[in-house]
Design a protein around this ligand. Structure first.
Ligand SMILES: [Zn+2]
Length: 107
């Protein structure tokens, strides 16, 4: 993922509205691009930080970034597990259909 692509997806990173592949791209990009990490902090301060300060509540940028990152990683892991479950279910369905066909063939 290029920095330009990251910038387009960045607002959606905080709203948890990226699909799994976009989310994975964002996370991988953040792991090696210091410039985009800084952009992320600025974006967070300008959006969430200003709103929280207006409401009078406290705001910790590092905590927010960590929480968002953890949510993203959790979503990626959850999606991966669901995909594995789906494969097993499909395999089970195929075996079930074959089982029924074999059963019917011997009736
Ligand atoms: Zn970048």
């Amino acid at each position: 993922m290029k920095c330009r692509d990251f910038e387009k997806l960045m607002p959606y990173y905080f709203t948890d509205t990226l699909n799994e592949s976009e989310l994975r791209g964002v996370i991988e990009h953040l792991e090696h691009c210091e410039s985009c990490k800084e952009e992320l902090v600025i974006h967070l301060l300008l959006t969430e930080g200003m709103q929280r300060l207006e409401e009078g509540s406290s705001f910790d940028v590092q905590e927010e970034l960590k929480a968002t990152y953890n949510r993203a990683v959790h979503r990626i892991r959850f999606s991966r597990r669901m995909r594995v479950c789906r494969y097993f279910l499909e395999a089970f369905e195929v075996m079930l259909v074959f089982g029924i066909l074999i059963y019917l063939a011997y009736l």
